[in-house]
Ligand binder design. Structure first.
Ligand code: PEP
Length: 253
């Protein structure tokens, strides 16, 4: 079954509100003819409102890069999924390798954030991926399967099918190193077969698995041509409207 491609831009801790508004405005213009490709951007929380205002009417979704596991309360310095949804966010990123590395997000925390996101009415993009040492030790598939098992525990089928997965080999994020299409396709196929073993067939057929790790206009087409790669999670190249639009263009059938 053909899946509609999904291209997401993770702006990380970049783009102050005025810059985010300018980038969103440029994207609105450049992404006007994108067929049925799903597109979303993830500004830093302080720039979400400016992005939403500039991108309104384009059909491009906006997401938040992380949420607290609690919708409200005494949790200084965090952001609420319920409030993000009220503001106009559609998506939440969960389990990004930078969150795992710098903020100690283990499987339990990832799973709790997926729960909080779904409860808030947000659609999570759940990131998984191995380190270079794990790949060299031949553990890429096992690591990703363990991350999936830990992240998806306790979700019912209706909830699992709402998720998007992102395979992001840690060694390829922000490094300029990209997994070859064959390397990426192999792990995507192994994720899909893990899903096939765990869930009824409609779930692996419908769920989109994005590839992330130094995706750019020059490599997007060959990655997106792989049968189990259903889109991309783009960091650095999503900060430039022209580059991001070129990646979206590569996803148009
Ligand atoms: C990311 O932030 O998820 C990412 C893949 O970054 P980059 O494209 O810069 O490697």
């Amino acid at each position: 079954m053909a899946r509609v491609p999904f291209i997401a831009g993770n702006w990380k801790l970049n783009k102050a509100p005025s810059e985010a508004a300018a980038l969103a405005k440029a994207l609105k213009h450049k992404l006007a003819d994108r067929g049925d490709v799903t597109v979303a951007v993830f500004p830093t929380a302080l720039s979400i409102q400016a992005t939403l205002q500039s991108i309104a009417g384009s059909g491009v979704g906006v997401g938040i890069q992380d949420i607290s596991v609690s919708p409200r309360g005494a949790y200084t310095g965090t952001n609420s999924g319920v409030m993000a949804r009220a503001l106009g966010c559609t998506y939440v990123l969960v389990g990004h390798s930078e969150r795992r590395l710098y903020y100690g997000e283990d499987e339990a925390k990832v799973s709790a954030r997926i729960r909080a996101g779904l409860d808030a009415g947000l659609l999570p993009i759940v990131c998984v991926g191995e380190t270079l040492a794990q790949r060299r030790a031949g553990q890429a598939d096992a690591v990703v399967h363990d991350q999936l098992a830990g992240a998806l525990v306790g979700l019912n089928h209706d909830e699992v099918v709402k998720l998007t997965l992102a395979y992001e080999p840690v060694w390829a994020i922000g490094t300029g190193e990209t997994a070859t299409p064959a390397q990426a396709q192999a792990v995507h196929a192994s994720i899909r077969s893990w899903l096939t073993n765990a869930y009824p067939a409609y779930i692996p057929n419908q769920m989109r698995i994005q590839y992330g790790g130094s995706v750019k206009p020059s490599n997007a087409a060959e990655l997106l041509a792989c049968p189990d790669i259903d889109g991309a999670l783009v960091g650095g190249a999503s900060l430039n409207a022209e580059d991001f639009a070129a990646i979206v263009a590569a996803a148009i059938a």
